[in-house]
Design a protein around this ligand. Structure first.
Ligand SMILES: Cc1cc2nc3c(=O)[nH]c(=O)nc-3n(C[C@H](O)[C@H](O)[C@H](O)COP(=O)(O)O)c2cc1C
Length: 191
């Protein structure tokens, strides 16, 4: 199953969503699960939630409903994350989701020597993002997710990043269409 984590807050108006949807059209007959974060009722971990979670982890009750998002993430064959570039990274809602899936003992753990071991099945993560300006290698949203993926055992991260979308609003559509035409060559596309 391909799990698509959609953090495109602007919904149908989102250019990031249109970008990943274009890529999705090239994927033949896969088992796809699209998780629209804006429609989930998830909140940042507070003290109560953290204590409940710690108790469940200590008792190894990973079948608890509190861990359904983490189990889904762990079991996916491939992960896609789609999130616009906000305030030098991504919307806070994606961080809230990542808090839900980072569960010690379920999605990752530690070896005797302290090394982190990832328990996730996926070997590949595709990260779709669009930015108003130009950042190149400094896309901190992608870099952060890539570091997290390594911790979870996901070896390969592939960026699909479009830049300069807000420089000339008249050219937004052109930038998107050009990128869609080059979807087999992912990376950072600067206009
Ligand atoms: C709250 C917010 C924060 C943003 N922060 C940045 C930023 O730090 N750097 C940047 O280049 N663009 C920034 N942008 C512009 C978006 O990255 C850009 O418009 C993007 O294409 C929006 O994607 P979407 O259509 O999928 O929502 C921001 C936009 C919003 C709404």
């Amino acid at each position: 199953m391909i799990l698509i984590v959609d953090c495109c807050i602007r919904g149908e108006a989102s250019i990031t969503r249109r970008y990943y949807q274009a890529y999705l059209e090239t994927v033949p007959n896969e088992d796809i699960c699209i998780l629209e974060l804006a429609g989930l009722r998830i909140a940042p971990l507070d003290n109560d939630a953290l204590q409940r979670r710690d108790d469940l982890c200590r008792e190894k009750r990973f079948d608890h409903e509190m861990f359904c998002l983490a189990r889904q993430f762990r079991d996916a064959d491939e992960i896609w994350i789609a999130a616009p570039f906000w305030d030098l990274s991504f919307p806070a809602l994606l961080k809230v989701y990542l808090e839900q899936i980072m569960v010690s003992g379920l999605t990752f753990g530690y070896a005797q020597d302290g090394r982190c071991i990832g328990y996730c099945r996926a070997k590949r993560l595709r990260y779709f993002s669009t930015c108003g300006g130009y950042y190149g290698a400094q896309h901190l949203g992608y870099e952060y997710v890539k570091a997290l993926a390594a911790m979870l055992g996901i070896e390969t991260c592939i960026p699909y990043i479009l830049e300069g979308l807000d420089i000339d609003p008249q050219r937004r559509e052109q930038i998107l269409q050009q990128a869609i035409g080059n979807l087999q060559q992912p990376g950072c596309v600067q206009e």
